[in-house]
Structures are given as structure tokens and as C-alpha cells.
Design a binder for this molecule. Structure first.
Ligand code: FAD
Ligand code: DLZ
Ligand code: SF4
Length: 522
């Protein structure tokens, strides 16, 4: 293509083979990377999340330069920095006088809307390319969704297995079944000690970024001390190697297990790298399949891991674009309670929640079942307003971008989309947490107690939730029997459940909203 091209690369587009660079002549291309205040503060992200993204961006820019690309890198501290993507692209157009701007579509609706306005703002051609790092294009997803009454992940996942050929045996699923989830629900074993996840010692670039973050974002949630995330594709590749060799084999069996103080268990911790673009999602699946074919990991583990990536991750991204912008305001259960303060401080006697918040604060990470069945479940049954929990999840996790956070929180955890994504709400009493973790033994509450001040709050809140949403759920085939159990209880017992729940709810301190700083989040 003749003439000069400006290629802006956003903070989660750190992929050497990104579509906007493919086919470009280095001599005619200026790559633009922008550290901007708006992205760092539209919510007050966890300190580790900002450090991760800025460090990965700086490493990526250096890699591109070493490979011969011309990179125009705008730092957060540059005096003329306008503080937002559109202002920086405008300034770069003035600096370089390109014939066109070429960019891969943004992951988030908010940013994509801004990019779509560039055509008018900049006075040069703007080419917006599909993000083909996802295995399912948005057109394909919309076509799949069209005309279907129910958008069931499992059906989507099977199509993705057929499309990619992963874990297929001719036209049939490997081993004869599509899904081995029933083998993936083991409780933790006593004394279980998974191999440590690799951590990467901060180099000079990362140390500089950590200092910047500590100085500029000192009032943001979270700690920096344990920062050890992969910040380059080389480190992400090593993290993948370690997962495949050391943890994949047990990933399936203990996928839903929780152990106090053991933050990673057998999870991959690869979401930050995949979401940034420094690790390829298909490569993760191919490596897992190879381990299975070499007899190094069982089918239930490998299928479970692959399902999370080519199934859940791709489906969640499709659902985000299908449901936006209305998903951000969804509140099917009309939940209006403010987020409890302990989501930020960790100060609660509920040991499960205190441990999940601690891990979140120290690591900018908690694993899936902690997010869904502890942090999400509590907010669901306590009736927390979806937008407040969404802001919290977007702030606190290093892997959180709205396209993946919002469907997981609003639709999966809170049923705010009225079951478009999850056919039944993920509501559970203390019994579930007790079965899947070692939290309850040392908790100040008693998990077997149903009512009264010492009873596990999840128990009474569960019934309070079911009772207050009876009209909505009693005709749902997957929940109806819950109401038979409720109706069989005598009236005094039911009243005691509801009173215990209400006393507990009255005792909750609402959070100070300045923690999230989400006024600028659309
Ligand atoms: P593993 O357990 O090792 O799983 C492997 C990979 O599968 C992950 O790296 C991830 O890429 C993918 N994956 C698994 N489940 C999901 C899912 N439900 N949606 C999308 N990808 C999935 N994931 C994010 O990347 N960002 C988020 O902001 C985010 N918010 C969440 C909020 C809630 C309420 C819930 C229930 C889940 C959320 N998840 C999110 C999904 C999941 O919890 C994380 O991807 C996972 O915990 C990351 O850790 P890991 O890499 O060790 O995952
Ligand atoms: C999350 C984030 C942060 C904290 N900072 C930046 C930044 O300074 N520059 C940048 O390009 N991207 C950043 N990001 C990631 C963006 O929010 C992300 O690329 C968009 O959400 C994609 O739509
Ligand atoms: Fe959590 Fe209840 Fe168990 Fe305490 S008893 S750890 S509150 S589930």
C-alpha cells in the first residue's frame, strides 16, 4: 500500500502478528503506543494491573524496535500527553502526516466507539480491522446466535471443537464425550501441595514502572510487593511450559477446589498473558492436546482446560458484543444493595470471603471458583447492585477488561441478564463452599448452623434469595425442587431463616465508592 500508515497498538494488542501490522512495510509504517491517563483511571485499577500493562507495553515497544519497526511511544509522564487515545492519535497524525490510520478493533465497547469517531475527527482514512486473535469472529458468533432461542455455551463449544479440530477423533469428540466436567469436581485433599507458579523477577523496565505506579496511583487498591507476572511473550511462553509440564495433569480434578492461603492451586494463571496478547490462546490448547496425546495429562484435565479457552473465553467475548451496551445496565433481579465495604478491606469474619479478598489484594488474582462461588455468589444472594460489583471486578483483577469481566459478572455471577447466559443462577449455601474448600473449619461462623447469629451467612442468605425471587424461579425446571424443600419446612423455620438473613444484611457496611472511582466508566 503506497504512502505512510500510522498503526496505533492498544495496551491489550501486544501481539507480533497483530492484523494491523501484517503486510505492512516497516519503512512506511509508524507504530503508535500510548500510555494515557484515561485508561489508567476510568476505574481505579489494582496497582499490579496498571504495572503489568505498562510494563508489557514498554517491553513490546522495545521488541518491535529491535525488529526494525519505527515506534512512537507516548509515556504517561510526557508533558504534552492529552490523557486519552483520541487526543494522542490526533497529535500523532499531526507529527507524522500519515495517509491512513490502521487499527485492530478495540476489545471494549467504550474504546471502540471512540475509534469509530476518528474517521470524522482526523481527516485521514481510518481502517478498522477485525481482531482475528479470537478464534471465532464476531460475524461467526452473531450467525451462530441468530435465531437460536437459547445461547448455550456447550453447543457453541462443540462447534468450536469441530472448527479447530482440537481433541477430535475424526468427526467425533476424543474419548467419545464432549465434556468431562463430572470428573472435575474433587474436593481438595488434605496436605495437597501444588507446584509453585513461576514468578518473573522485575527487570529494569518493570522496576521503573513499579516506581511510577507506586508514586502516581498510591490511592488505588492492591499491593505491588508480589508482582511477578509475565510481561513478555518469552516469559509467557515459559509460564505456559511450566503449566503444561507441572500442573495441567491435576487441573481438571481440582478445578473447583479452594484451599485457604493456596492461591493458585493447579490453575494456569495464563489469563493475563492471553488477554494482553503476549500468549496465543490456540497455542495453549494445542500444547495441552499434545500433552494428552503423549500420555502426560488425562483427558478430563485437557478437555476441561481447552473448554475454558475455546469454549468459555470465546463465548463470553461473543456475548459481550451481542449484548452491549445494554448489558452494562442489566439488573433483572432489581438488586439495589451497595457493595459491602469488606470487598475492599477484607475485614469480615467470613473466612472464605476474607481469603478471596486477601488473594485479590496481594496478587490481583483469584481463581474461577473463588470469583464465581464465593465473591459472586455472596453478592448474588445478598442482592448487591450489579454495576457496583462489576466496577469492583474490573478494578481488582489483572486480567480484567470489560469484554471478559462484564458478561462473567453481570450474566454468569449475578443473573442480571435474566438467564440469557446461565440458565439458572449460581446461588449456593455454605454447604457448597464447605464441600469444595477447607475454609469453614476455622471460620467464626458454623457452616452446619442454619439460623441465629453463629450460622454461616450463606445459609440464610440462600433461602432469603430463593424466597424473594420465587415468582421468577419457581417455574424454572432446574430450580423448582428447591421450592418443594422450602415449602416442606415449617413456618417457624422459614421465618427464622428470613430473620437471620435480614439481621445479617442490616449489619453490612456499604463501601466507600471512591475505591472504584468508576464515575468515568460508561
Ligand atoms: P484457568 O483456570 O487456568 O483457566 C484457563 C483459561 O481459560 C484462563 O486463563 C482464561 O483465559 C480462560 N477462562 C476460563 N474461564 C473463563 C471465563 N469464564 N471467561 C473467559 N475466559 C475464561 N477472566 C478474565 O480473563 N478476566 C476477567 O475479568 C474475568 N472476570 C471474571 C469474573 C467472574 C465473576 C467470573 C466468575 C469469572 C471471571 N473470569 C475472568 C474468568 C476466570 O475466572 C478467569 O479467566 C480465570 O480465573 C483466570 O485464571 P487462570 O488463567 O488461572 O485460569
Ligand atoms: C487497562 C489499560 C491501562 C491501565 N492503561 C493503558 C494505557 O495506558 N494504554 C493503553 O493502550 N491501554 C491501557 N489499558 C488497556 C486498555 O484499556 C485496553 O486496550 C482497551 O480497553 C481496549 O479496548
Ligand atoms: Fe464461608 Fe460460611 Fe464457611 Fe464461614 S462457614 S467459611 S462464611 S461458607
Amino acid at each position: 500500500m503506497a504512502g505512510k500508515t500510522l498503526v496505533p497498538i492498544l495496551g491489550d494488542q501486544l501481539t507480533r502478528t497483530i492484523a494491523s501490522l501484517r503486510g505492512q512495510a516497516k519503512a512506511d509504517t509508524v507504530v503508535l503506543m500510548m500510555e494515557v491517563r484515561e485508561e489508567t483511571t476510568y476505574v481505579k485499577h489494582h496497582k499490579q494491573k496498571i504495572a503489568l500493562i505498562l510494563s508489557a507495553m514498554r517491553h513490546f515497544a522495545a521488541e518491535l524496535e529491535n525488529a526494525g519497526w519505527q515506534v512512537d511511544y507516548v509515556r504517561l509522564t510526557d508533558e504534552a500527553n492529552t490523557g486519552h487515545f483520541s487526543g494522542e492519535v490526533e497529535r500523532a497524525v499531526a507529527r507524522h502526516s500519515p495517509d491512513r490510520v490502521r487499527i485492530v478493533e478495540a476489545g471494549e465497547w467504550r474504546v471502540q466507539k471512540a475509534i469509530e469517531d476518528w474517521r470524522e475527527q482526523l481527516g485521514v482514512d481510518v481502517e478498522i480491522l477485525p481482531d482475528d486473535r479470537f478464534l471465532c469472529s464476531l460475524e461467526e458468533f452473531y450467525a451462530w446466535a441468530q435465531g437460536r432461542e437459547r445461547l448455550i455455551m456447550e453447543n457453541f463449544y462443540r462447534e468450536m471443537r469441530r472448527k479447530t479440530g482440537i481433541l477430535m477423533d475424526g468427526g467425533k469428540p476424543e474419548g467419545g464425550q464432549w465434556n468431562y466436567d463430572k470428573d472435575n469436581r474433587a474436593s481438595p485433599d488434605d496436605g495437597m501441595s501444588p507446584p509453585a507458579t513461576p514468578r518473573f523477577e522485575p527487570d529494569e523496565i518493570t522496576v521503573e514502572v513499579l516506581e511510577l505506579v507506586e508514586a502516581r496511583f498510591s490511592d488505588h487498591f492492591g499491593e505491588l510487593e508480589r508482582f511477578g507476572w509475565p510481561v513478555t511473550s518469552d516469559q509467557a511462553g515459559r509460564a505456559l511450559d511450566a503449566f503444561i509440564d507441572e500442573r495441567l495433569a491435576c487441573f481438571g480434578k481440582y478445578q473447583d477446589a479452594m484451599v485457604c492461603g493456596q492461591d493458585d492451586l493447579f490453575h494456569s494463571l495464563l489469563s493475563t498473558s492471553i488477554n494482553l496478547g503476549i500468549l496465543d490462546s490456540l497455542e495453549c490448547c494445542e500444547r495441552a492436546e499434545k500433552a494428552y496425546r503423549a500420555g502426560k495429562a488425562p483427558l478430563n484435565a485437557v478437555e476441561g482446560f481447552i473448554r475454558q479457552i475455546i469454549g468459555w473465553r470465546e463465548y463470553i467475548r461473543g456475548m459481550y458484543w451481542l449484548e452491549m451496551p445494554q448489558l452494562r445496565n442489566a439488573n433483572a433481579l432489581n438488586a439495589q444493595r451497595g457493595l459491602p465495604e469488606f470487598y475492599w478491606t477484607g475485614e469480615t469474619d467470613m473466612r472464605c470471603l476474607a481469603d478471596c479478598v486477601r488473594s485479590t489484594r496481594e496478587n490481583a488474582h483469584a481463581h474461577h471458583i473463588q470469583r464465581l462461588m464465593v465473591l459472586g455468589n455472596f453478592a448474588l444472594i445478598a442482592g448487591v447492585k450489579p454495576q457496583e460489583l462489576e466496577d469492583w471486578f474490573l478494578v481488582v483483577y489483572a486480567d480484567a477488561y470489560e469484554w471478559v469481566e462484564l458478561p462473567n459478572v453481570a450474566a454468569m455471577a449475578l443473573w442480571a441478564d435474566k438467564g440469557r447466559l446461565a440458565s439458572k443462577p449460581y446461588a449456593a449455601s455454605g454447604n457448597y463452599i464447605n464441600k469444595m474448600s477447607d475454609y469453614c473449619g476455622d471460620c467464626r461462623y458454623t457452616v452446619s448452623k442454619k439460623t441465629g447469629p453463629d450460622a454461616c451467612p450463606f445459609n440464610s442468605l440462600y433461602w432469603h434469595f430463593m424466597d424473594r425471587h420465587r415468582k421468577l424461579f419457581e417455574n424454572n425446571r432446574r430450580i423448582a425442587r428447591v421450592y418443594s424443600t422450602w415449602d416442606r419446612m415449617d413456618a417457624d423455620k422459614r421465618r427464622a431463616y428470613l430473620e437471620t438473613a435480614e439481621e445479617f444484611l442490616d449489619s453490612l457496611e456499604p463501601a466507600d465508592k471512591s475505591w472504584a472511582g468508576a464515575d468515568n466508566r460508561t
